[in-house]
Design a protein around this ligand. Structure first.
Ligand code: HT7
Ligand code: ZN
Length: 876
């Protein structure tokens, strides 16, 4: 396939200042009439050919300046429309009529139907599946859209911008016109037409303008959009208060659809959402679902300024909008909830998804330099590491200077299709600082490692850190340059307080941050009388791995006393990880895993520490997952040994803290009335982690069954079901609970996704047969991305022992399924296939079988560009 390169970027010869679209909607044959005002770019000499992008299009008519174009004057294929000799004048009008079949569109890109609702998804290159266009993000156009449809089939007609004229067409058809005054790229185009229920509200902006808010959902589900609406209003206020950004249209519409390739889409004034991230009540959604809804509603809303008003010059700049918008939604959630707990959750996600990407064959810079399939670059690196890079800019500049830089960005680039260079420049200009070395975070792939050795000289009252940075090689980047790494730190004294030091030598240290720029720094703090415990990378100030020899007693101390909540969590997590790695070694050596008494007792102390938030305690005592342990072991992975080691530690902690945990579990008791707020959710989280521990003890299945039947919300019910299914799969309690859940929720697709997920993650040999059987369940469908991700995606990415079964049957099933999904939806299939990206870390037997599976996919006939790209890079 074709390779696209950053250095090949050229501005287009033509612009499209105005785009007028008419849609005559019909499921099998929709007509799209596009009337474009086209302008030659200043400075272009002659009349270069006009080459418009298409994808699977059928051309019906083409006119130039009101006259039919002679067949010899253009060349149309499904993939392009070329006009060899456009008019010599500066401006001309081109009319293009295409025919498309939304009902046949299973890839869910372009115009398709979800549950009878017409909807669109145009990012990244879906607009070219609707009409021929300069389908690239630097072509900004003002759109006017007229939609015509049968009134009974589609009483609701929506597009971007503000509503205009509407009326009857006779014949049972009607029309509506929408106008979006803000020039936008084609990827932000959207249209929705169907019969949907409405939740409406309004918002008055800081400058006093009233905005009509609407969320459209399936009829009868309006009540379930309450939390989403509340999240939207809080997001709008927050962006005014924290970034000085106001909303700019008269209306803001959100539509929830049940077939969607990703989470949601920020189309100007008309966000389209996967209904999973809109619909929630306590009966059907977990606390995690509520938190996700809040975060994704905010994320898409924040795109209005970071993505829409200022968009990307080309797709290499994707992180310009995505990394920045993730940073903004992280900050929003931190302000709405507990900042410390939010930060820990972010870091866990980054390590679980981005670190394996950065450390495997699919590694790429936050701003990639080449791609074959842009859909495969909506990655954890672009999004999550992209957000970490913005966070580091704030750490380096400080909050005030960062805000000045952001203000300058909005002022200077409003209406632009911008680049990462533009973004970095505003911070340099606002602060006067040089960010050229820092810019490597955008350009260089791989997770930097920082090695630290500490020593204390009691005679001279000096404390010294020897720090070294290295960046491991990644595909096509064997030699790496030195990075600017902002390392937040504290020296913690015996009273638990940070020690003040007199002076520093060897690196620049500002406001508790060591700025590493060289390969090696020897940093000496003077005036340090007692040996401190060193707390490093506080708040996870840089997305790195740290290698530091720390005494277990120092980590124990930091786990109790570090003034930085993130580092306190990290200290205990490091102790748990070290213990689990040692236990895995024991299992592999045929020995029984053993754990330090102090460690298992400390879990009990943290669980009961009333000075800490419940949610923090829940996170702290949750053991690293099997995939986390595998990642930290790094090579020669045997998932069965890891599973056995982890279960042994669960057992050891549960036994030692049995009565304490039981009392705490009782005390936390079932709640009264439900609230999705962070404090209530934290209480439930702690109680459910305690249930997980207690369930491993004798009669644990009975406790879990009681928890299941007493549950008054989905958080508790799903937690109990998971404990039963994973820890006591053969028990009557598990069988009954799974059946009861299925019976109760069989007609609620989003709740059934939880039922699929729980079973897909059941550890052990039997999972593959179970998952295969479940693909025939009436609630499952290979055509729906949410179902596929819940059952197949969970099995492949969250079931270490089941998927990586030593005999390779997990992989065989995976190959069949990925290829079946690919026939309909290449994008979803390609994403599924990334589950094998860490195959080289497996032990040799599994490694060989995983490789065979990847080869089997790559040998399949008519492989899509999406899947081929992932599989070939994974094998390379
Ligand atoms: N910007 C949106 C990305 C997206 C997307 C990309 C490719 C294919 C389908 C898609 N749906 C949404 C989502 C976001 O980051 O806000
Ligand atoms: Zn986004």
């Amino acid at each position: 396939g074709q390779v696209f390169r950053l250095e090949d970027y050229r501005p287009s010869d033509y612009h499209i200042p105005l785009t007028d679209l008419t849609f005559r909607l019909s499921p099998d044959s929709t007509r799209v009439i596009s009337e474009l005002t086209i302008e030659r770019r200043d400075g272009i000499s002659g009349t270069p050919p006009l080459v418009l992008d298409g994808d699977g299009l059928v051309l019906k008519r083409v006119e130039l300046d009101g006259k039919a174009l002679a067949p010899s004057a253009y060349e149309a294929t499904p993939e392009s429309l070329v006009i060899a000799n456009p008019p010599a004048g500066k401006r001309f009008r081109l009319l293009i009529e295409t025919e498309i079949a939304p009902s046949q569109n299973q890839a869910l890109m372009g115009l398709y139907r979800s549950n009878g609702v017409y909807c669109t998804q145009c990012e990244a290159e879906g607009f070219r599946r609707i009409t021929y266009f300069l389908d690239r993000p630097d072509i900004l156009s003002v759109y006017t859209v007229r939609i015509e449809a049968k009134r009974d089939e589609a009483p609701l007609l929506l597009a971007n911008g503000n509503p205009g004229e509407r009326g009857d067409l006779g014949d049972g058809r009607h029309f509506a016109v929408w106008h979006d005054p803000f020039p936008k790229p084609s990827y932000l185009f959207a249209l929705v037409a169907g019969d949907l229920g409405l939740v409406s509200d309004s918002f008055v902006t800081a400058s006093g303008r009233e905005v009509a808010l609407a969320i459209y959902v399936e009829h009868g589900k309006e009540r379930l959009a309450t939390y989403a609406m509340d999240s939207l209003k809080r997001s709008m206020r927050w962006d005014e208060e924290v970034f000085g950004r106001e909303y700019d249209l008269d209306v803001f519409n959100i539509v929830a659809v049940s077939d969607f390739n990703m989470g949601a889409m920020e189309n100007k004034g008309l966000n389209v959402f996967n209904d999973k991230y809109v619909l929630a009540d306590e009966e059907t959604a977990t606390d995690a679902d509520f938190a996700n809804i809040e975060a994704i509603i905010a994320h898409e809303y924040f795109h209005n300024w970071t993505g829409n008003r200022i968009t990307c010059r080309d797709w290499f700049q994707l992180c310009l909008k995505e990394g920045l918008t993730v940073f903004r939604d992280h900050e929003f959630s931190a302000d709405q909830r507990s900042r410390a707990v939010k930060r820990i959750a972010e870091v866990r996600t980054l390590r679980a998804h981005q670190f394996p990407e950065d450390q495997g064959p699919l590694a790429h810079p936050v701003r990639p330099r080449r791609y074959r399939e842009i859909n495969n670059f909506y990655t954890a690196t672009v999004y999550e590491k992209g957000s970490e890079v913005v966070r580091m800019i704030r750490t380096i500049l400080g909050a005030d200077m960062f805000r000045k830089g952001m203000d300058l960005y909005f002022e200077r680039h409003d209406g632009d299709a911008a680049t990462i260079e533009d973004f970095l420049q505003v911070f340099e200009d606002a602060s006067g600082r040089d960010l050229s070395q820092f810019a490597l975070w955008y350009h260089q792939a791989g997770t930097p490692n920082v090695t630290v050795a500490a020593s204390h000289n009691a005679a001279s009252n000096e404390f010294t850190l020897e720090i070294e940075q290295s960046v491991p090689p990644t595909p096509s980047e064997s030699r790496k340059r030195l990075m600017h790494i902002p390392l937040a730190f504290g020296l913690v004294g015996q009273d638990g307080k940070d020690i003040a030091y007199a002076a520093v030598d060897g690196a620049s240290v500002e406001d508790g941050v060591i700025h590493l720029r060289k390969r090696r720094h020897v940093v000496t703090f003077s005036g340090v009388a007692e040996r401190p415990a060193i707390s490093l990378n506080r708040g996870f100030s840089a997305p790195i791995t740290l290698s530091i020899e720390q005494k277990p007693e120092d980590l124990m101390f930091l786990a109790r006393h570090d003034g930085d909540a993130f580092s306190r969590w990290q200290a205990f997590n490091t102790l748990l990880t070290d213990a689990l790695i040692a236990a895995t070694r024991n299992v592999l050596g045929g020995k029984k895993p053993a754990f330090a008494k102090e460690l298992v007792e400390l879990a009990g102390i943290i669980a009961g520490d009333e000075t800490l938030e419940h949610a923090f305690r829940a996170l702290a005592i949750s053991l690293p997952g099997e995939a986390d342990i595998a990642r930290d072991i790094g090579a020669n992975i045997d998932p069965d040994a890891i599973h056995a080691a982890r279960e042994a530690l669960v057992g050891a902690i549960a036994e030692t803290n049995q009565s304490h945990f039981k009392a705490l579990y009782e005390k936390l008791g079932a709640s009264g009335s439900f609230s999705p707020d962070a404090t209530s959710a934290g209480r439930r989280a702690l109680r459910n982690v305690l249930l997980d521990y207690l369930s491993i003890l004798p009669h644990g299945e009975m406790l879990a069954a009681d928890h299941f039947s007493a549950a008054t919300n989905m958080t508790d019910r799903a937690a109990a079901l998971m404990v039963l299914a994973h820890r006591h799969p053969k028990s009557a309690e598990a069988v009954n609970a799974l059946a009861a859940f299925e019976e109760k929720y069989r007609s609620d697709a989003l709740v059934m996704d939880k039922w699929f997920q729980i079973q897909a993650a059941m550890p052990g040999q039997d999972a593959v047969d179970l998952v295969r059987r479940l693909t025939a369940h009436p609630a499952f469908s290979m055509a729906n991305p949410n179902r596929v991700r819940s059952l197949i995606g969970t099995f492949a990415s969250a079931n270490q022992t089941g998927f990586h079964r030593a005999d390779g049957t997990g992989y065989k099933f995976f190959v069949e399924t990925v290829l079946a999904v690919e026939k309909r939806n290449p994008q979803v299939a390609a994403r599924l296939a990334t589950a094998l990206r860490s195959w080289r870390s497996l032990e040799p037997g599994r490694q060989a079988k995983a490789r065979e599976a990847l080869l089997a996919i790559s040998a399949a006939e008519n492989l899509s560009a999406d899947l081929r790209d992932i599989v070939e890079r994974t094998l390379a």
